[in-house]
Design a protein around this ligand. Structure first.
Ligand SMILES: [Zn+2]
Length: 439
């Protein structure tokens, strides 16, 4: 006897099979006005028209019916700092001062496992309230912070990517490891957590300014020993940061070259920001298949500059794999909907656009592909994890009022959702088939 389905979700389904920029809007997505997703053992067992599937299913099956809602794969955030939930909304500083004044003060508290556990719970609650089901997460330098994060994520069975920040210089004593201790601690955390259930480890040097050459070498050794681990760091965010990197690494040809010299570029690598790249850096990031991560609310709030999406995607230049992220606490919202709204504005300031279908592709299948996890997440398809978000395009009076003018136009509805929507638009979030949030 095959296992019997436990639950189904019914409503308007939207999922992507490819990049609208490559396939065209129509061929890139599938939309069902009255669709059904059948869940089984945390995965999606079947997807189709409700009228076709329902007669074949047991009458006792629980069906969560959302007739007006738009049901999509859970959102994916490619760059976020869980220890910065009480740093978000800190006033008046650009990157390097912001780190010293606010972040490095707050992150020292994470040597305390109880504090780390409390914040990890808050953080994952907040992601779920916003429909985010997977994220690439920076912890602090303390192994306790990673332990607390993965423990809470495993308890909820969320698919998360996270790692201990490596920092052996340029920060207060309480936030420093050494090349050797950072290596040893990361190694132990990889052994304990990477591939355990739905948890994935990311080797995480914060950025070149806070790691010596010896530490970057240790990070490269970890990646060599664990080629299926992820890698994440920051790159080319702020002009003063770039000047400092050039002073610290005078022999490197560029900021990107600092990482490249240690073999840290590649398809498993996520580089946060990448705002001020030179041509040679684009070439190396492109050749190596590295991912550059656009963090729009952070671009604006930290005042670092505007990510150039058109240039990043330029097929005749050095096309880059692109991800999108909140970058909380440099970013100002946990919501991927708010993130899309600000992405649109960052691009408008440069004479560029972000079509709504492209935007929702990016925060679902696009980000799943950037992680190399698109066989598991990012689409409503049989065999994928049942990580699902249920969205209400009429969640506020302003949205409902605006929606009165839109009839049967999916792209227009999606644009309202990304421009006016936030956590109030998230009616429900399912993690591995369990509804962990609803409103
Ligand atoms: Zn960041």
């Amino acid at each position: 006897m095959p296992p019997s389905p436990s639950r189904a979700i019914r409503g308007r389904l939207l999922t992507f099979s490819g990049d609208p920029a490559e396939l065209g809007a129509e061929a890139s997505h599938r939309y069902l006005e009255d669709g059904l997703i059948v869940l089984e053992d945390g995965r999606i067992a079947r997807v189709g028209e409700a009228r076709n599937l329902l007669p074949e299913l047991p009458a006792t099956l629980t069906v969560d019916h959302y007739p007006e809602s738009l049901i999509m794969p859970g959102f994916i955030d490619l760059h976020i700092h869980y220890p910065q939930t009480q740093v978000i909304a800190s006033y008046g500083a650009q990157l390097l001062d912001w780190l010293q004044t606010y972040t490095f003060v707050e992150e020292q508290k994470f040597s305390d496992p109880d504090h780390a556990a409390t914040v990890a719970r808050f953080f994952l609650d907040e992601l779920q309230r916003n429909g985010t089901t997977t994220a690439a997460v920076y912890c602090t330098v303390h192994p306790e912070s990673v332990e607390a994060f993965f423990t809470e994520s495993a308890r909820r069975n969320t698919r998360m990517i996270a790692g201990k920040v490596l920092m052996d210089r340029g920060a207060p004593e309480g936030l420093l490891d050494s090349a050797q201790s950072g290596y040893d601690q990361s190694k132990a955390l990889i052994a304990r957590w990477h591939g355990r259930g739905r948890q994935h480890y990311a080797v995480t040097p914060r950025f070149a300014i806070t790691s010596t050459e010896a530490q970057l070498e240790a990070a490269a050794a970890l990646m060599g020993e664990h080629p299926d681990a992820h890698f994440q760091t920051h790159l080319s965010e702020n002009l003063r940061e770039i000047e400092t990197v050039k002073e610290l690494f005078p022999q490197a040809a560029s900021y990107t070259d600092v990482y490249d010299r240690f073999g840290l570029l590649g398809p498993r690598a996520l580089f946060g920001h990448c705002i001020h790249l030179e041509d040679g850096e684009r070439a190396r990031l492109s050749e190596s298949g590295s991912v550059v991560v656009f963090c729009p609310t952070s671009n604006l709030f930290i005042g670092s500059g505007l990510f150039d999406l058109e240039r990043a995607r330029d097929p005749v230049g050095h096309p880059l794999r692109v991800g999108m992220a909140t970058d909380v606490g440099g970013g100002t919202s946990y919501s991927m909907l708010r993130t899309l709204a600000e992405a649109y504005k960052v691009l408008q300031l440069q004479g560029q656009n972000l079509p709504a279908l492209q935007a929702f592709y990016q925060i679902t299948l696009g980000n799943a592909r950037a992680l190399g996890l698109d066989q598991n997440i990012g689409a409503l398809e049989a065999g994928r994890d049942a990580d699902i978000v249920v969205l209400d395009s009429r969640a506020t009076p302003a949205m409902a009022h605006r929606m009165e003018t839109i009839q049967d136009n999916l792209a227009e509805e999606l644009f309202v959702l990304m421009t006016l929507g936030d956590d109030r638009s998230v009616r429900a979030t399912y993690i591995a088939g369990e509804r962990l949030h609803s409103r």
